[in-house]
Design a protein around this ligand. Structure first.
Ligand code: DCP
Ligand code: MG
Length: 242
């Protein structure tokens, strides 16, 4: 399996088991290594479903999804997952410590690597301010940290794994716009090799993306850069203005 993290969707359709209507229809795009692909669209458009096909949380009903040139259905699941860092829309923390939560998925990571990931995820300051820093306990369900802190720990956990493909599902929504901007600038600076896929609600989080896919009812209705879409896409214009 080549180490390149290019993600390709080719005419992908997906219907949830037992459902009548497809949730994704005719999805084709390429997300290249070293670039950021953003996915935007209203609630229920199918964004989370789309990204869930990459680590095979679901399998496409028709069409193919490939990572690094290999059809995900033919890849070994363990090696596929090792190459994907997915920050879920509802981040979860385990009972344990800050450190054990960050090491989940890469137990051998050093403290220095954890701090590097926290610095990018804008979590360094609040973890340093905790009485036992990386050894601070996290209660079951992560109730000892705020929603925004949980989001940042979840982002840092994905970075610690140094994946080829980094997927953020609405991961910046609980952050204030200044923190969001700092985090994206740090990602741009420090994560240069990965294929980054960002699902976002806020247009400000994706203005710099190399390509933006605009989704509506399970389809990609428009695509382009921010400035291209401002001129060509009524759907995008509507999202921008709300
Ligand atoms: N759906 C379903 N079964 C599931 C998950 C979703 O039937 N287990 C349906 C609900 C929506 C459609 O699929 O009609 C798309 O759901 P998504 O969660 O993929 O939509 P988004 O991620 O775009 O929505 P949001 O912005 O609210 O996260
Ligand atoms: Mg979603």
């Amino acid at each position: 399996v080549p180490r390149t993290g290019e993600v390709v969707f080719d005419k992908v359709t997906f219907t949830y088991p037992g459902a009548e209507q497809p949730v994704l229809a005719d999805i084709s795009f390429t997300a290249r290594r070293g670039t950021t692909t953003a996915i935007i669209g209203s609630t229920g458009a199918g964004k989370t479903t789309l990204i869930s096909l990459i680590p095979r949380l679901h399998d496409a009903t028709s069409g193919t999804v490939s990572v690094g040139g290999v059809d995900v259905r033919e890849a070994q699941l363990e090696s596929l997952w090792a190459r994907i860092g997915l920050v879920p829309q509802r981040p979860y923390l385990f009972a344990g410590t800050v450190g054990s939560n960050l090491r989940y998925g890469r137990e051998e990571a050093t403290d220095e690597e954890l701090w590097d990931a926290l610095a990018i995820a804008q979590g360094e300051d609040f973890v340093r301010a905790m009485p036992e820093t990386l050894d601070s306990p996290i209660a079951q369900g992560g109730t000892t940290v705020s929603g925004g802190q949980r989001q940042r720990l979840s982002i840092a956990r994905a970075l610690v794994r140094q994946p080829d493909v980094l997927i953020f599902d609405d991961s910046f929504s609980a952050l204030d716009t200044a923190t969001d901007a700092r985090l994206r600038a740090a990602l741009d600076r420090e994560v240069t090799d990965a294929t980054v896929i960002v699902v976002a609600q806020r247009v400000s989080s994706i203005v710099d993306a190399d390509q933006i896919l605009v989704m509506e009812d399970g389809r990609i209705v428009d695509r382009g850069t921010h400035s291209e879409l401002l001129q060509t896409s009524p759907t995008y214009q509507e999202i921008v203005s709300t």
